[in-house]
Design a protein around this ligand. Structure first.
Ligand SMILES: [Zn+2]
Length: 357
């Protein structure tokens, strides 16, 4: 492969978001808050040791909480980790249809969850910010879920082609109560009144009452993104709820993705887009070609053999750098919020190799 040397200089040219928010991001975010209690939401599928991008998202959440608290000491602010424990652990084809068993039901997530708690604990210490964790069944117990889900099901002919352009199916599902098998695409589902009727290839039809058993519901990523946005919108608006939400996620979800899959669909359902939580995006960590580091390529295909292993996941970072590894990533991410023009761009692995040297 072609070898070349860089001059090691870092430029941060202004443009777009970095121009508008270059020295007033915290002030702007604070001015948009309507409540004195704020929860900053982050998410991940605990299906492997947390990869570098996940660490960065987690660091940005705690760092932002710390900065907002410093800006306004009357704020009560914490981080909430929405654990996507309904993501697939085992995939199965039955009668030409895709079925899965989730991280939660297979017990697969138990292998990695301690690492997530370790990271949350360390970031809490570094930032002075407390945290909470909830799984998908607790998320789905929110009082607004039956209403939101029924509205989405009622409008599925409009929404499904936007949320899933390929098959145009609403990707809502539930696990068989006997064996945990789940119709991944929700292809066999029918809806009657408040009931979703699903099919297990082993145990036949089963029903989920959307009002009484909303904790059983599972969604694919774009649908979950919409439902989470609408639950947060409800909390933001509800004067009986003392907190409001901010969301942090990776920059691969910024732009067209969110405009089509979240803002357009929210508007089509008749909600006010301006009441959705503000989302701040964590810069991507990219490989030599400019693509984001992929956890699944590393896990399944053995990609990135050329990288030092501490760049791959938390397990390796901790083994090779001890607790200073995560502390350095946190300090770097914190510096982006101190000078927000550094937040509206991506960073290559070579940049981070310098940070962690
Ligand atoms: Zn079954």
């Amino acid at each position: 492969m072609m070898q070349f040397e860089s001059d090691g200089k870092v430029y941060n040219p202004l443009g777009g978001g970095s121009y508008v928010y270059q020295d007033s991001l915290i002030q702007y975010l604070h001015s948009q808050l309507r409540k004195k209690v704020v929860k900053i939401s982050i998410g991940a599928q605990p299906n492997s040791s947390p990869h570098f991008g996940t660490l960065e998202v987690f660091c940005l959440a705690f760092s932002l909480a710390n900065m907002l608290k410093e800006y306004d000491n009357d704020l009560k602010i914490s981080v909430l980790f929405e654990m996507v424990d309904t993501a697939p652990a085992i995939a199965k084809m039955v009668n030409n249809n895709k079925y899965q068993i989730s991280l939660r039901d297979s017990g697969e997530m138990d292998k990695y969850i301690d690492q997530y708690y370790e990271i949350l604990g360390q970031l809490s210490e570094l930032s002075g910010i407390s945290y909470e964790v909830r799984g998908q069944s607790d998320f789905n117990k929110h009082y607004s879920i039956p209403d939101i889900v029924k509205k989405i099901i009622g409008n599925r002919e409009v929404l499904a082609p936007i949320l899933e352009p390929k098959k145009q199916i609403l990707r809502i599902r539930a696990a068989c109560p006997i064996c945990g098998l789940t119709d991944k695409q929700g292809i066999e589902n029918t809806f009657v009144g408040n009931k979703m009727i699903c099919l297990c290839p082993e145990h036949g039809k089963f029903e989920v009452d959307i009002c009484q058993e909303s904790y059983r519901l599972e969604y694919n990523t774009p649908l979950r993104n919409l439902i989470r946005g609408l639950v947060y919108l409800t909390d933001n608006e509800d004067t009986n709820t003392d907190y409001q939400w901010l969301r942090i996620t990776g920059a691969d979800y910024a732009g067209f993705y969110q405009e089509q899959l979240l803002y357009k669909t929210t508007d089509l359902l008749g909600y006010s887009v301006s009441k959705l939580p503000m989302i701040l995006y964590a810069p991507l960590v990219t490989d030599w070609s400019g693509a984001k580091l992929s956890k699944s390529l590393y896990v399944k295909e053995g990609a990135y053999k050329y990288l030092p292993s501490f760049m791959i996941n938390y397990d390796n970072l901790r083994k090779e750098k001890g607790t200073t590894g995560l502390a350095r990533v946190y300090a770097e991410v914190h510096s982006w919020l101190e000078e927000p023009y550094k937040l509206f761009r991506n960073y290559s692995i070579y940049y981070f190799m310098e940070v962690l040297k």
